[in-house]
Design a protein around this ligand. Structure first.
Ligand SMILES: Nc1ncnc2c1ncn2[C@@H]1O[C@H](COP(=O)(O)OP(=O)(O)OP(=O)(O)O)[C@@H](O)[C@H]1O
Length: 356
């Protein structure tokens, strides 16, 4: 699968001028509110025509302004999931799920079966209910199911979790992971949440002021300092392999390039690849290996880069045997510890989140 998107489009005072390609999996369009993510996804969907540009899916030109070509939305065979579920209130969940299917133009039978989708999203017990009797998270699962049953060749998801509270988000994320891992359907996923993108995306396109600021594998992009990232959420994303699980202490040991991290929580099978996110504000630095600390994870590294911010904090990037770890500390601490590029320090990691 290849998706090529190039678009220039003026919306009032806002200028969208963005291009990216996707080779399948989950491609996240990530950026702050107003950066142009929805405008770009609408162009891919065929909900909007750009002033200039093209959208090519698997060699088929869907939009090409120079040639005056524009394939309408319903002939693109893309599924679309919005922030709100938009279910038909007078139809049961079962009828809502089947609705898209009745109206989907006939296509070769390579789509997902009803039973498989119901199973994938765990909505069997909801089938005879009306949407009014569903929680926000359940509604969204049904909306995803409905989109899947139209046999989409691409799924466009525009902040599908944004309207949900943290508990409902946590409930849906595993289903999105299953969707990614168990179907072949490529996904373009719009989000402004680093946590969601870190968990789901293979590739990240960072949008800022209508332009693509950075693009690349999630592990690289999310570990970079960027003004598009919310300071609270910024941090490193590392790839590791589960080595063992200590059932008595509920701790998994994960091997990284640089060493090992101990992560509390669910039992994970040894050998399993996982992604780990370490928020930069949860990493303290010490110039000697600290002792007598409760923190389980202390990693040695070399300072690669220091970026001073106007708010009196400094973001420090460490090279830990090939893994990058970010730390945000005050400028005062930085001065007191005499931190400079090349210096060896110890990162004391307070929290580590397992993302997959
Ligand atoms: N029809 C329109 N006319 C004028 N300006 C528009 C129109 N649609 C969107 N905009 C502006 O274009 C910019 C990008 O909007 P867009 O919805 O694409 O951003 P976004 O990154 O998806 O934001 P959010 O995360 O808040 O949904 C915003 O400044 C918005 O106000």
């Amino acid at each position: 699968m290849t998706l090529i998107v190039e678009a220039k489009h003026r919306l009032g005072a806002f200028l969208l001028d963005a291009a990216f390609t996707s080779e399948g999996g989950v491609t996240a369009l990530f950026g702050r509110s107003g950066s142009g993510k929805t405008s770009l996804i609408r162009i891919i969907a065929g909900l909007a025509r750009p002033d200039e540009g093209r959208v090519i899916f698997d060699g088929e030109t869907l939009t090409e302004t120079k040639a005056g070509r524009f394939v309408p939305k319903h002939r693109r065979h893309f599924g679309y999931v919005f922030q709100e579920a938009r279910l038909f209130p007078h139809l049961s969940v079962r009828a809502n799920l089947s609705y898209g299917r009745w109206f989907a133009p006939p296509r070769p039978a390579r789509g997902e079966s009803f039973d498989h989708v119901v199973d994938l999203l765990d909505i069997e017990t909801l089938l005879d209910r009306s949407p009014a009797k569903l929680s926000g998270g359940e509604k969204q699962r049904v909306a995803i199911g409905r989109a899947l049953l139209c046999s989409p060749r691409l799924l466009l998801m525009d902040e599908p979790l944004a309207a949900l509270d943290e508990a409902r988000k946590a409930e849906i994320l595993p289903y999105l992971e299953r969707l990614r891992d168990q179907t072949e359907i490529p996904i373009v996923y719009v989000s402004h949440s680093i946590a969601e993108v870190a968990r789901l995306a293979n590739k990240v396109v960072v949008m800022r002021d209508g332009r693509v600021e950075a693009v690349g594998p999630a592990v690289d992009i999310l570990s970079r300092a960027s003004a598009a990232f919310d300071r609270k959420e910024a941090g490193a994303l590392l790839q590791g392999i589960v080595e063992s699980f200590d059932a008595r202490h509920h701790l998994s040991t994960v091997a990284l390039k640089s060493g090992r991290l101990h992560i509390p929580g669910a039992a994970l099978a040894p050998g399993r690849p996982v992604r780990i996110r370490i928020p930069s504000r949860d990493v303290m630095l010490a110039t000697a290996r600290p002792e007598g600390l409760s923190a389980l994870n202390i990693v040695e590294g070399r300072i690669e880069q220091l970026v001073q911010d106007a708010d009196g904090t400094v973001e420090i990037r460490l090279d830990c045997g090939g893994d990058s770890i970010l730390s945000r500390i005050t400028a005062l601490s930085c001065e007191r510890l005499d931190l400079r590029p090349g210096k060896t320090v110890f990162a004391v990691i307070k929290t580590v989140a397992l993302e997959s």
